[in-house]
Ligand binder design. Sequence first.
Ligand SMILES: *Cc1c(COP(=O)(O)O)cnc(C)c1O
Length: 370
Amino acid sequence: MPKVEETRLEIDLNALAHNYHVLKSNLPANTQIMGVVKAFAYGTDSIVMGKKLVSLGATHLAVAYIEEGMRFRRRGLDIPILIFYPQLEDLPKLLEYNLTPSVYNFHFLENLNAALIEHNVIDFPIHIKINTGMNRLGFDMTDVNRLTQLLSANKHVKVEGVFSHLSAAGMPEENEFTQLQIDNFKVAVEAFKRNVNTSFIAHLCNSSGILSHPEAAFDMVRAGIALYGYGNNPEEQKNLQVVASLKTRIAQLRVIPPGSSVGYDRKFKAEKTSKIATLPLGYADGISRIYGNQKAEVLLHGKKAPIIGNVCMDTLMVDVSEIECKEGDEVLIFGKQHTALAFDKEKQSIPYELITRISQRVTRVVINKE
Ligand SMILES: *Cc1c(COP(=O)(O)O)cnc(C)c1O
């Protein structure tokens, strides 16, 4: 078997810079950009991406969990990092590593407050999350009055940000709902300005918000998927460049006669003489079994080849009958010239899931560092 290093994820920093500038140019000039680098920077490389985003001008980073934020601190990044999902047991680490929690309920706020009193901390920066319609995390609009009263009398925390999240910013057919969320958010922001402080950063937009509703940019935006080159509709996708390309090489080629089968459970049966290439990556590398049996296509010498049979743990097979090729030839699973959307031709998932699932055993190779 060839080594797994034959399979690699190529990360193009020029493409990241390009996308950053596309987003920037879509926004009012003074809008700050928070680079969302959760889940290994959407499956790429957290530290490389975080550092590049800072050098491009991002003023904040955001991750999901505290461990992700601590990695940046250990690697010397000292810009503000928002933790979307802090846990109660993280409180000492939030203080120690100077990470900013998203605070989305009273229970967490009370516990945070107690920890700050215990450690004699004042003005600890927090971002308050408001639920404007997503119904995932956040204080409800009906909590805002009580919340702002509590916070106005609290010297231990400092409200550095107030934010919310859009549910369907990339769906034009949901624009009315998005507008309702924007209006709710404005109401919450005004209440904080009146009752808490006037200098916090208000932020609402994710990538689709930036690209499809830039009028709702407020003070800062949280850019995720678009930085990595994917939009949530063709219009958003138009000007972006895919950052990460998952590549491998043909491990073995064989020609099989009609009636032969390929792979576990004999799911592919050749109707005619067929040329089959085995590729050294499988579901343990992040290519789900849902993509077996002609549900996805890879790119080989500029031509599309379907995945046939069941995807194995470490390998998958593609039908290359119509393609001139040899063992060792490079194959693009998905990436710049063949996006995750093209790979997932039956739209069984979304680029977010495809790219964040590329497992850590796949070697990351960074290109265009300067
Ligand atoms: C992941 C995430 C983002 C980034 O969303 P994209 O659609 O990838 O731009 C922004 N805000 C929150 C709260 C998130 O969880």
